[in-house]
Design a protein around this ligand. Sequence first.
Ligand code: NAD
Ligand code: DAU
Length: 358
Amino acid sequence: MKTYLVTGGAGFIGTNFIYYLFNKYGSNIRIINYDKLTYAGNLENLSEIPDDYRKNKNYIFIRGDICNEKELNILFNTYNPDIVVNFAAESHVDRSISNARRFIKTNIEGTHTLLETAKNKWLNKNKWKKGKLFLHISTDEIYGELGKSGYFSETTPIAPRSPYSASKASADMIVKSYFLTFKMPVIISRCSNNYGPYQFPEKFIPLIINNCLNNRKIPIYGDGKNIRDWIYVEDHIRALNMIIEKGKPGEIYNIGGQNEIDNISLAKNIVDIVAKQTGINIDDSLIEFVNDRPGHDYRYAMNISKIGNKLNWKPEYLFIEGIRKTINWYMKNRNWLNEIVNGEYKEYYKNMYENRIG
Ligand code: NAD
Ligand code: DAU
């Protein structure tokens, strides 16, 4: 039975990834979800995992920090993971501008601690144990920003511009160095902006939806002309699974939605769709321009020909399909939204299913 160690599995993409794996492989796999449960991690996200999977130890949650070497050592000794998927990170650019310290700690030091632990457990007398893989989840932001034209490819030089992207870029370099120096079986994936269920409503799309549902103003940074390439989270996750199954150690794979849009057009579109889908009486007057994000990257866009040619992956969701599913999910889960937004996140969820080791 393959054992996955998923770090940051109580966050947005990690949660979606865990459900995807269980839907695909059922009880033929074991997943250890190792998460610190920062403000962005929510155990309630995983409450739909069948009880049998918990009882039979197909799913194990451990609350912990990827900076904690001692705990990670025990975890590796106890569960001997085959695949490490490192989602754990501080992920919000605005927070990295207010205070970068935790970004440096988790994204750089934490990634290194996890990598080093895996190396020590997987390398035996100068030979790598078979069937092991360390997949590091990175981002298009490490490439910096684009002007009106051009695309990032895997060989585009790294040129991050925010404390968040600089911390992610540093982690990428360290992960890559373990392949170049030790031949450790690592792969790096770099994806564009995700949206979908379980995304914390500080990020732009769930923030727009949440504010529409509550008739609140939607802040647009600067002139609203900055461009992002949006991908439905399930497409990202399908790509990650293909990378695990067929990707080549030492490689980097770009993943993107091929769906570029500027922020003001995106906000107007979503207001319009939410109004039609819900019957709530809202319009563009909810939108207000506010001060720009310092160092705001103008545009990201991905060249995804490598993953297309090598692994035969391409995004499948049309934006309209993905966004309708997302809006439906947030409408059905207004309690989730209210708990998160109003800070009513219940302590007992933190203790439910919780194991401590070390
Ligand atoms: P998120 O903020 O929703 O979740 C992060 C998770 O990591 C949370 O559950 C949090 O509790 C956990 N965590 C934080 N610090 C930790 C630590 N020290 N030890 C253990 N767990 C810790 O983030 P997300 O949007 O799901 O992103 C996941 C990964 O994907 C991140 O590495 C991010 O850089 C990357 N990424 C995100 C996007 C996007 O659009 N959201 C796009 C490309 C790449
Ligand atoms: O590109 C991948 C990255 O996408 C990930 O690595 C990050 O973890 C993720 O947070 C995201 O970063 P962005 O900064 O692009 O996402 P965010 O949702 O914060 O902002 C998207 C765009 O919307 C950006 O141009 C800033 C703008 N924005 C954002 C917010 C929160 C606004 O105009 N108003 C807002 O209130």
